[in-house]
Design a protein. Structure first.
Length: 74
């Protein structure tokens, strides 16, 4: 998307599709586990915000520093 070879909308749709695929597996896994399950990632991602993509060096955006997570089976 940064090079104009892909629209920002298509980039976001790709991330959403990937998340849907992963969550299908997470759902099956959680059904087999007892207790609390925490689903997380290593960090957020810039998807065109402020015209930046990926993880620009030296930028301190909250989206990159905030670790997305959710508690399941609480």
């Amino acid at each position: 998307a940064r090079k104009g070879e892909l629209s920002n909308e298509d980039l976001i749709k790709g991330y959403e599709k990937n998340l849907e695929l992963v969550l299908e597996h997470v759902e099956r896994l959680v059904e087999q586990l007892d207790g609390k399950t925490v689903l997380t990632a290593d960090h957020g991602e810039l998807l065109g915000e402020k015209e930046h993509y990926s993880h620009p060096y030296g930028k301190k955006y909250k989206l990159l520093r905030k670790v997305p997570w959710v508690v399941l089976n609480d």
